[in-house]
Design a protein around this ligand. Structure first.
Ligand SMILES: *Cc1c(COP(=O)(O)O)cnc(C)c1O
Length: 406
């Protein structure tokens, strides 16, 4: 017999979920476009998009339609079979990018785990078993599996989980001299986010990425771009590498790829892909028809001039509001990022208060993100309406005022 269920509230979280998150006090229950409502019916304007995930807003009609249609057709087959939505999406990605081969997984972590395994495997089978060194960057974030937290440059996420995978070295981001000092023929890959997201919304300089490309070419190493956060239209290009004009050997995509449905992808060349063979790697759910149908619908909308060309003007509107807030309250030392991945760094007198601003913003009815303790981050829908930007930034301004005036 079913026992009577007590009401689901925020307090339930502490009773039933592992204590790895500190969710807000309210529980969102519904979303439409860039608006979200909680259990009490309070409305929020969403400039977080999950974390850069819902790139077409909540419950976009085309995505809902794809989900419903595929949901009534075929959800799952094992990878003993292939499926039409996955093949269609892979072909569209290949047509739009450097990629010649694609592999679908379920999360950014898994895409990166695949990319790092592929880089190691390619180097050890095509070059030498000693070509295993991975160069990565301080403050980088690549996911939460043991390999990906170890390649990530934030020890707080990997400490305590050792022994850690070996032969991974971290140097400062945007510092080409530091990379040169550790680069050698034993290096199998350099792994980099073209725009560091979690690490503080910091864009690579063009010279840095081009320099990494040159070093990889000189030492027969692979250049891996983690575009889990900065890809899929966020910069105004489909992928950030296209903005920089520097082409990686392997690229990972997730977050916005499914517009809110869990799916990720690894993009690479035929030559590198051919290092893998049947059985080298795999996933039960990766590339399932349901995920690929939704991602396919998202891709068809995001990869259009209408969406990509709208990113810059929307960014400008956000930046104008942020500068206005800064004139009034003098809180930001830097406004940065690219396209609709926007960072606003708090001045030293507000150091460590990004979470306070985030919670104050939620209280005012606007969802924003932080990126570390000192940077506010905005990753709204790529199709956010002008009136939502204006209304949401007015709420954000009120929140900043409350924090500043204590
Ligand atoms: C979010 C993120 C990941 C991890 O993705 P998950 O889907 O959470 O596993 C990896 N790399 C970058 C750059 C990210 O922003």
């Amino acid at each position: 017999m079913a026992t009577e269920q007590s009401a689901i509230t925020r307090a339930t979280f502490d009773e039933v979920i592992l204590p790895i998150y500190a969710p807000a006090e309210f529980i969102p229950v519904k979303g439409k476009g860039s608006r979200v409502w909680d259990q009490q019916g309070k409305e929020y304007i969403d400039f977080a998009g999950g974390i850069a995930v819902t790139a077409l807003g909540h419950c976009h009609p085309a995505l809902v339609d794809a989900l419903k249609t595929q949901g009534e057709t075929l959800w799952h087959t094992s990878n003993v079979f292939t499926n039409e939505p996955a093949l269609r999406l892979a072909r569209n990605i290949i047509d739009a990018t450097f990629a010649e081969r694609v592999l679908f997984m379920n999360s950014g972590t898994e895409a990166n785990e695949t990319a790092f395994k592929l880089a190691r495997y390619y180097a050890s089978t095509r070059h030498s078993p000693w070509k295993t060194k991975i160069i990565a960057f301080h403050n980088a974030f690549h996911g939460r599996s043991l390999f990906t937290v170890s390649v990530g440059g934030q020890p707080k996420y990997s400490d305590g989980f050792g022994p850690k995978p070996a032969d991974i070295i971290h140097v400062p981001f945007n510092d080409l001299h530091a990379v040169k000092a550790v680069m050698d023929d034993h290096t199998c890959a350099i792994v980099v986010e073209p725009i560091q997201g979690e690490g503080g919304v910091t864009a690579a300089t063009p010279e840095f990425l081009q320099g990494l490309r040159d070093l990889c070419d000189q030492h027969q190493a692979l250049l891996v771009f983690d575009e889990v956060q900065c890809g899929m239209g966020r910069t105004g290009n489909l992928f950030a590498y296209q903005h920089y004009g520097v082409t990686p050997d392997i690229l990972t995509s997730a977050k916005a790829l499914g517009g809110g449905f869990p799916v990720s992808a690894v993009l690479t060349t035929q030559e590198i892909a051919s290092a893998f063979h049947v059985g080298s790697h795999g996933s039960t759910y990766g590339g399932n028809p349901l995920a690929c149908a939704v991602a396919g619908a998202a891709f068809d909308i995001i990869n259009t001039p209408a969406v990509l060309e709208g990113v810059q003007s929307r960014r400008q509107r956000f930046v104008d509001h942020l500068q206005q807030i800064n004139q009034q309250y003098d809180v930001f030392s830097d406004i940065r990022g690219m396209g609709l991945l926007i960072g606003a760094e708090l001045k030293p007198q507000y150091a460590g208060r990004a979470r306070d601003v985030l919670y104050a913003a939620a209280a005012e009815g606007v969802m924003v993100l932080n990126a570390g303790p000192n940077v506010m981050r905005f990753a709204p829908s790529l199709v956010v309406e002008q009136e939502d930007i204006d209304a949401g930034m007015a709420r954000f301004a009120a929140a900043v005022g409350k924090v500043v005036n204590g």
